[in-house]
Each structure stands twice: as structure tokens, then as C-alpha cells.
Design a protein around this ligand. Sequence first.
Ligand code: NAD
Length: 375
Amino acid sequence: MPESFVHMGFASRVVFGAGTLNQVAGEVELLEVSRALVIATGSARDAADVVELGLGDRFAGRIDEVRQHVPVELADAARAKAAEVAADGIVALGGGSAIGLAKVIALTTGLPIVAVPTTYAGSEMTPVWGQTADGTKTTGTDLAVLPRTVVYDPVLSRGLPLGITAASVANALAHCVEATWTPKADPITEVTAVEGARALHKGLLAVIEDRRDLDARGNLLYGASLAGSALASAGTGLHHKLCHHLGGTYGLPHAETHAAVLPQVTHLNATAVPRARSRLEAAIHAEDLATGLYDLFTAAGVPTSLRALGLTEQQAKEAARQFGASSPVNVVPVDEEALTRLLLRAWAGERPAAAEGANAVPGGQAPSHHQGVVR
Ligand code: NAD
């Protein structure tokens, strides 16, 4: 019998398969949307043209400019555009940035979203929104922003360059791995996360060989969907919060930061979740989870050091100091010293197996909020 748990699931309709882009207009109709505002990232403009044509009279207007972390000026302009064209629904095509812009419109208007993801960030499966003003990113959770329908068409991500693909997969794997150790982690989420990691690993290895491999792209989108669901249920922990701090304070790129930080946080935390750890190791065919992730990212050509992303050693130390004060509850207790060690390893891009003592769990015990629970 599993331990006692509470699982939170989120309802959305998922339409998956090659060629499903042609079903977007039908999905809009099912939601009884009669004036759809289309938001598309630059690389999804051709796909947006197809959707626009398919929508016919249901097409109300279009936004072609999106930016990472949803700057407030862009959010305000997008809300104004939605009002101007009297939109009663949104179709968002692109990565986390396009879907993020749709979410901030939905936050204040309640408009339903049909999301058509072209990266593996997973935002389409979560009720989490984010917006940036004066260099500070604010995030929140609201059911109004959870896309009502998600259409996954692997054809759309075939053109995603390998570098962006691999970094985006690192982001998705981070959702899967962290979902096993947050305070809200539970056995249902764990199964989702492990299956997500399996599909992401398989897809990434195949995409390294052939960027346009449709089957591999399908595995990556399927894995990304499960990863997003796991993130939605388990919430974020030390890893994501550290990445958000680094991204918000030093302007580091979102997906790439995950690749540098995840192996180090995994090295620290994985011993406290032995069952999930061995399941995840089997899923990514690794003898050691942290090292396996590091080697996978390296093989895919994603930088595994914060130094390569432009952070200075001084900033890594400063980040540990600043973050230390507001450090979240973690499955392994961390203080400023442990954080500094961890961030310096991430800064230098050390292979975790070569690191010393970062994963020491006092007495081999899980900390209080997980005591007695084998996960
Ligand atoms: P992104 O949407 O900015 O896309 C990354 C790059 O890939 C862009 O340059 C884009 O033009 C390009 N691109 C996208 N699809 C492409 C395609 N099919 N072919 C070629 N190029 C393509 O970045 P992202 O990593 O998808 O998302 C990051 C953002 O999403 C961040 O702001 C992050 O905070 C947010 N996010 C939110 C959640 C959530 O639950 N709310 C989850 C994950 C990420």
C-alpha cells in the first residue's frame, strides 16, 4: 500500500498526434469560442497562418510578438488587443513565452486558452502564470490560466534547433525530477514524472541523431506534457526556485539554467528519495541519477555550467547568500554554506560524481516532512 497522500490533478483536454494542427479550429468551436485571438511566437507564424485560415469567421485578431518572462508592457498591450478585437478565446502557438502571454490575458479576463506548444517547457499543463516588471518576475497560480485544451502536434517542433531542443528537454526533466521530492510530491505524480523522464530521455537521444525524427519529436512532446502535469501537481522546490532567482536577478536564460543547476541539486536531494531515484535512474538508463543527467545534457551539447551562461563566480556566491535567507523547505536541509558549494559546482559545471559530500543526508535519514516515508 502506498503511504497516505493527497494528489491534486488538473483538468484539461489533450489532443495528441502528428497533423493535429488541423484540429485546432474544431477545438476552438468545441469551446464555443466565436472570436479567437491568435498569439504566435516568431517561429510558429506559418502554423498560425494555418490556424487563422482554419478559424474562418472565428478569427478575431493576431499577436506576433512574444518575449520571455512576459514583460508587463507586452502583457498590457496584449490585454488591450484582446479587448479591442472583442476576443472571447485565445489560441497560443509557441513555447512557454507565447503560452505565458496568453495566460496573463486569461488571468484578468477569464478567456479560455487553446495551447499549441512547440517547445518542451510544459507551461500548457499548469495553472501557473508569470509576469515581469522592473526586472522582477511575479508568478502566481490561478485556475483561470490553465489552458482548457492542449493540442500537441509533433510536426511543429521538427524545426526546433538542437540547442533549444536540448535545453528545453532539460527544463522538462527538471519538472520530472523535482516533482519527486517537493513537499507536495505523491505516488501518482511520481508515476507521471518517471514516465515523462523515460519519454524525454528516449526522444532526446533520437533527436541528437536526427533533429527531424517525428517519432522522437512525439516522445519529447508526450514527455513534456507529463512533465508539465507533474510540475502542476507537485509544485516547485529548491531547484526551480534557485533557477528563477538566477534568471530573475542575473538575466540568465530560463531553459539553459535548468541544465546547469539540475545535476547539482539532484546530487544533493536524490538520496532522500530512494524509490523515485532508482525509478528515474532506470528511466534514463543511468547508474547514478545526477551524473546521468549531467552526461545526457553534455551529450546533447547543452552547457552544464553557469559560467558558460555569463554568470561570474562572485555572482554565484552572492546568489547563494541572497537566496539562502529565503531558501524553501527542502527534502535535504540546506544552509548558506551548502548552497554556496552547490552553486559553485553549478558555476564551474562540475560532473556531480566528482563532487565531494554535497549529497550527504545526515544519518542517511530523510528530513522531518518526509520522515518515515520511502519515496
Ligand atoms: P520560448 O517560448 O521563449 O521559446 C524558446 C525559443 O524557441 C524562442 O526563440 C522561440 O522563438 C523558439 N521556438 C519555439 N518553438 C520553435 C519551433 N517549433 N521551431 C523553431 N524555434 C522555436 O521559451 P520556452 O523555454 O519554451 O519557455 C520559457 C518561458 O516559459 C519562460 O518565461 C518560463 O518562465 C516559462 N515557463 C512557464 C511555465 C509555467 O508553468 N507557467 C513552465 C515552464 C516555463
